[in-house]
Design a protein around this ligand. Structure first.
Ligand SMILES: NC(=O)c1ccc[n+]([C@@H]2O[C@H](COP(=O)([O-])OP(=O)(O)OC[C@H]3O[C@@H](n4cnc5c(N)ncnc54)[C@H](OP(=O)(O)O)[C@@H]3O)[C@@H](O)[C@H]2O)c1
Length: 307
């Protein structure tokens, strides 16, 4: 298949491009950055040069990390909701035979808002808050591609774990300094997935003609923040005595803390499971041990080589 990927320079996009190439697909990787060596959009980020595609995976978007100032919120919104609407509008100008048959568009588990202890699956309604608004707007914009005859798949993604991207390298630095600990009460649920499972499910979604609509990109075992903290500390063999109180996080990080750190979702990957996908990384303790193990053995190899 000929697969286009926006956000191909990113964490998930880079892994997806790697897996697609390894499994015999052709990849057209898009980047806004001049000099990246990748295909650049023409006048604006949505203006992908027309070429025949079988699938388009749309992953680009302003990072959610950092202070959610008014400007940051606008960048988060525009780069997802407005850019996706413009991208679909742009695909409408392509010759119908060149248009991808399937648009796989990123979204987030934040779609469900802060769902407390209630398990949520793809049939659950949207939640409240800025992230839920962004995800709902983003998904609505992507779904307009159905009117162009395209199948649309929406990736409601939890925190993606892997050794060379996402949140884990930062968390490892924090825990390495002995500053690891639970956030707020620690009772909030965290949806997570290993990057290899995430990209394997995306590729399976591209190839499953009957699949359309939301897919929770999360491992079957959601954990609370307190449990995540304990397991990460154990995998890193570091203490986790620190406790970041909710009021301090809210003061420092404003809305970002409330929605991304102190709230969460207990997400069930119902569609991926029904699709028959077998997770390579189903449990957190094993995932963290394997990710950390890989990093340790690489360091060990470096030491041996240098020695
Ligand atoms: N990683 C996670 O844990 C996670 C969890 C839930 C949802 N997601 C969603 O999944 C998608 C991919 O995640 P990721 O971790 O691979 O993201 P990432 O590493 O931050 O990469 C996103 C890519 O988007 C492009 N980009 C950055 N800022 C942009 C802007 N203001 N406007 C347009 N494009 C911009 C960049 O590509 P160029 O500069 O090369 O164009 C960048 O490489 C994102 O939309 C993210 O929100 C990720």
């Amino acid at each position: 298949m000929r697969i286009g990927i926006t956000g191909a320079t990113g964490f998930i996009g880079g892994h997806l491009a790697g897996l697609a190439l390894e499994t015999g697909h052709e990849v057209i990787a898009y980047s806004r950055r001049p000099g990246s060596g990748l295909t650049q959009p023409k006048e604006a980020p949505h203006a992908l040069p027309e070429t025949k595609l079988d699938a388009l995976v749309h992953l680009s978007g302003e990072s959610l990390m950092g202070l959610w100032t008014q400007e940051k919120r606008e960048r988060i919104w525009k780069s997802r909701v407005d850019f996706t609407a413009a991208l679909v509008g742009h695909l409408a100008t392509w010759q119908p035979e060149n248009r991808p048959k399937v648009l796989v568009c990123a979204s987030g588990a934040g779609f469900y808002g802060n769902s407390g202890d209630n398990p949520v699956d793809e049939t659950s309604p949207r939640g409240e808050g800025f992230l839920a608004d962004v995800c709902a707007g983003w998904e609505k914009a992507a779904m307009r591609a159905e009117a162009l005859g395209m199948r649309v798949v929406l990736l409601r993604t939890g925190m993606v774990l892997g050794k060379n991207g996402g949140a884990l390298p930062l968390l490892k630095r924090v825990f390495g300094l002995g500053l690891g600990g639970k956030l707020g009460s620690g009772a909030q649920w965290m949806a997570w997935i290993h990057v290899d499972d995430a990209v394997a499910i995306i590729l399976k979604a591209i190839q499953t003609d009957t699949l359309r609509g939301p897919v929770n990109l999360c491992a079957p075992e959601a954990v609370t923040n307190a449990e995540f903290t304990t397991q990460l500390a154990a995998a890193l063999k570091r203490p986790a005595f620190f406790h970041a109180p909710a009021f301090a996080l809210k003061l420092l990080l404003r809305g970002m803390a409330e929605e991304m750190l102190l709230g969460g979702q207990r997400v069930i990957p119902r569609v991926a499971t029904e699709m028959g996908y077998g997770f390579a990384y189903p449990t957190l303790s094993d995932t963290l041990r394997r990710v950390q193990g890989a990093a340790l053995s690489l360091r060990w190899l470096t030491v041996v080589y240098c020695g």
